[in-house]
Every structure is written in structure tokens, then in C-alpha cells.
Design a protein around this ligand. Sequence first.
Ligand code: PMP
Length: 404
Amino acid sequence: MNVLTAARPLDVVGDFPAIPDGWAYLDTAATAQKPRAVIDAITRGYDTSYATVHRGVYQRSADMTLAYEAARRRVARFIGAASPDECVFVRGATEGINLVAQSWAAQHLKPGDRILLSLLEHHSNIVPWQLVADRIGATIDVVPLTPDQSIDLDAMAAMLTPAHRLVALAHVSNVTGAILDARRAADLAHGVGAKLLLDGCQSVPRLPVDMAALDCDFYVFSGHKLYGPTGIGVLWGRAELLDAMPPWQGGGAMIDRVSFAGTSFAPPPGRFEAGTPHIVGALGLHAAIDYVDAIGLEAIHAHESALVEAARDALAGFNSVTLYGPADSAGIVSFSIEGVHPHDIGTILDEGKVAIRAGHHCAQPLMEALSIPATARASFGVYNGPRDIEALVTGIERVTRIFR
Ligand code: PMP
């Protein structure tokens, strides 16, 4: 536990009304708990200031439109986008990836083209590509992993060919916490003329991200993993790519002019936001970004790294425990215990008020490669501290006693 006392604790658990005293919430990689500031922003959004956006001629609607677009500007500043117009509000990372698959990929891929993914991808970064590849007659190749379950970029360098039009990779793995060298991945992809999409679901809440520095072409993330509401997320795309992409869903708000003779479309981001958007979700996301920015992503990363180190050190002390992922994982520790199904680990830990995730984590190809059906996963957030690691370790001691 020395590393923990050395790290400056964030001590913000009091900001989170849904975390009662004595409950170790270690499932932030699935979804983050919400700070009071976010809950208040959502309540205010539906309470005193609610109205639709973009269409109302009355003051309340004009004010809400300003707030909705202010949220977009806040997102842009947070991720270092060149312009708010590069930030499309979507339902979450899953919808963002489907949007790129159905719009950009469907427009640019032709039979025989190739898409490169990695073995550790979340199903959301596999299935949308399979759907479009099957339709077009494109092929998917899979980058293998290093022995510590990180994406093997040397192998990727050897695999890439000019037939690869798109590379889509997790910036941080939701199973192993492995952090991608995104800049190298971008250089490799661009070296053969491919575009790079990064799945930022697990990185945006854990690392400072900057679109210009990453040099990727598309980036997606979900608000609910960033301490914000469910049902809102962001697709960032380079302006010149979004400008040239066709809409993927039709409806109100995404048009320039509609007639039965032919319809013209709004410029991005409106072109990709058909229908009434998740207005209050955008306000909640704005508050969530303000919240994490006030703590600082550098501080959050240092805090979670200290928790990972302490958890891995403690778990390595059990002979029957196998740890997955690299030692410098970003806030996520996957493990298994010999002879114990991960679901049993999760159930016994829950009895001791420790909430972890047990399952395949929507990464079945990775589980298959590791020859296991599932792992137990502890993942950390700003509200966790040394007491949560102690509770986890006490729970694991109990599991090993019961199954001895
Ligand atoms: N990618 C990764 C790495 C994830 O962890 C998740 C959520 N578990 C997703 C994509 C999908 O996110 P959402 O369900 O919010 O769309």
C-alpha cells in the first residue's frame, strides 16, 4: 500500500451521492458514478430551463440552444478539436462507431479492401465493421497482442498493406487497461494511406487526450464513462472527412431543404444529428467535463495508476491469482483465480460490499485467445482510494478460503 500513501489522494467521494460509505465501487470501466454537479445540471436542464433546441422562436428555446451548443464547444476544448463542428453528439461510443461504419466506410470501401482491428477490441469496435465489410465484400484482419495483452504495433506494422483503408483500435483496453501508443498507430496507418479510428471510451476518463497530438482521424467516447449521463457521447472527426461524408440517418434537423424533388443536407455536425437530440444529456456532459477538468486528467491518471499498482501488488501475493494486462494499465485490473468462476468471485465480493465486473467484458475474441470464458475486473475512478483496495483484498482472501 506504500504507493497509495505516496500518491496524493483525490478525496472526492463525498461528491458522489450514489456511493454510500463502505461500498467499494470498482466497476467504473462499465459506467462511472455521477457527481452532484452533474446530477444538478441534469435536474436544472429539465426543471427551470427546459425547452427544445434549434427550432424554437421563443427565448427559452434560444437559451437552450445556446446551452446545447456551449456543451459542444466545451467538448471541443476538452479534447483539443480544431472546431466544435468536428464534434457530433451521438448516443455513445457504439453509435459513433456505427456512424463511421455506415457513412464513411460504406462510402469509401470497395470489394477487396481491408479493415484492421485488434484482438482486444470491444464488440462495439468489431461488429459494426463486420456488418459493413460483409455488405461490401471487404476483409477484416486482426492485430495480435504482446505477452502482456497490449496491441502489438510491431505486428501491425508488418500486417499493414495499401489495401487497408481503415484501422480501428481501442485507445485504452476495457479488459486489460493497456494504453495504445496512439501516435505510432496513426503514423503506421497513415503510412499506407489508411484512416485511424480510436475508441476512446476508456481513455477519455483516464488520460489527457488531444486530437491534434493523437493525429487520428476519428475518435469516439461515451459520456456515461466520463461521469456524465447515459445516452450521450461524441464522435470527433476531421472536418474534411465529416464534410465529405453522407448522412447515415434521415429526419428533422439534419437537412438544409427538403422537397420531394430532392433534399439537401445541413453541414456537419447537424448532418449527423437527425431528430431531437439528447438536449439535457449534452448539459450533463458539459458539467461532467467541467468536473473532471477541475480535478485534472493528469491527477486522475496518477491517482488511478497508484490504485492499479497497489491492487496488482496485493493480488500478485495470492498464488492462485492470474493477472492480465500490463503493469502500467490505466485504471483497470483484470484477473482470475484458479478453480473459481469469475461470477463466483463477483458474487462473494458483493457480499462484502465490493462491486466488480465478472464476464467477457464484450471482448469474446480476447477471452478466446486467452482460453478463458471470463475474467474478474476491478476498475477505478476518481472516488476510489486505499480503503477500496483493502476491501477488494479482504474479499479475495474470503474467495480463496471458501474455494480452498
Ligand atoms: N468501447 C470500449 C472500450 C468500452 O469499454 C465500451 C463500453 N464498455 C464501449 C466501447 C461501448 O460503449 P457504449 O456502450 O457506451 O456505447
